[in-house]
Design a protein around this ligand. Structure first.
Ligand code: TIU
Length: 227
């Protein structure tokens, strides 16, 4: 496949679709729907809804182009043995990790709230990566999966911009991956953090990545399909 150019900040970036993977971060009911982890922290979870359609657009384009698609989920084992006490005991949420909520136990694997939202449900053959932390590389086999597939560039979507997306992109950048964050396909409970979080990535000549948007990414991937 020919290399293709994606419009991005701070500058357009060339990608080889055969060496590009899409990573969708934590588009789980626990973050996007009432009754989950995000709401227990005091957040208005409806703010994340704006990222769903842009994620869907990029996901459809990635599937049509045959990109490696990886979905991540933040959550813990039912016995919470992989949940640091410092995480479980933090703050004053209305319910803590492991407590029983309306979508099952908060941020626990296997519970309804831990599932990816139906609009972005993984398809067979798309790895779903469970992670105990904010970053998708910490205590997971993501780096191994990407290296096995020869990935050099990552398209990154998901929630939340300044927490799990940022942590993952920083981890990926240090491992030598080129990260293109799809801005409108990310979301935050804090619109100002979302806006500044995207600026932080692309500032200083793209200090730890590039920022694009779902239309630009989908249009570029469509050229790969046509080629
Ligand atoms: N609370 C918040 O903004 N985010 C998280 O706890 N996890 C992710 O970002 N996925």
């Amino acid at each position: 496949m020919p290399r293709l150019q994606i419009d991005a900040d701070p500058a357009p970036i060339d990608i080889d679709p055969a060496r590009t993977a899409l990573i969708i971060i934590d588009m789980q009911r626990d973050f996007l729907e009432p009754g989950g982890f995000g709401e227990t922290l005091g957040n208005d979870v409806s703010l994340l809804g704006a990222a769903i359609e842009p994620c869907r657009k990029v996901l459809d384009a990635a599937r049509d182009t045959g990109l490696l698609v990886i979905h991540t989920r933040e959550g813990h084992r039912p016995d919470l043995s992989d949940a640091p006490p410092a995480k479980v005991e933090r703050g004053a949420p209305s319910m803590r990790i492991g407590d029983a909520g309306s979508m099952g136990r908060i941020l626990v694997r296997g519970e309804p709230g831990h599932d990816i939202i139906p609009a972005l449900a993984p398809e067979p053959g798309e790895p779903v990566l469970d992670k105990p932390g904010k970053g998708a590389f910490y205590q997971t086999d993501l780096e191994l999966m990407l290296k096995n597939r020869g990935a050099e560039t990552l398209l990154v979507c998901g929630v939340t911009t300044e927490v799990c997306v940022h942590t993952t992109v920083r981890e990926a950048n240090d491992r030598g991956f080129r990260c293109i964050v799809v801005g409108d396909a990310c979301g935050s409970y804090f619109p100002e953090f979302h806006a500044i979080g995207l600026k932080m990535i692309a500032a200083q000549g793209g200090i730890f990545g590039w920022v694009s948007n779902s239309d630009a990414v989908a249009a570029t991937l469509a050229k790969a399909e046509a080629a």
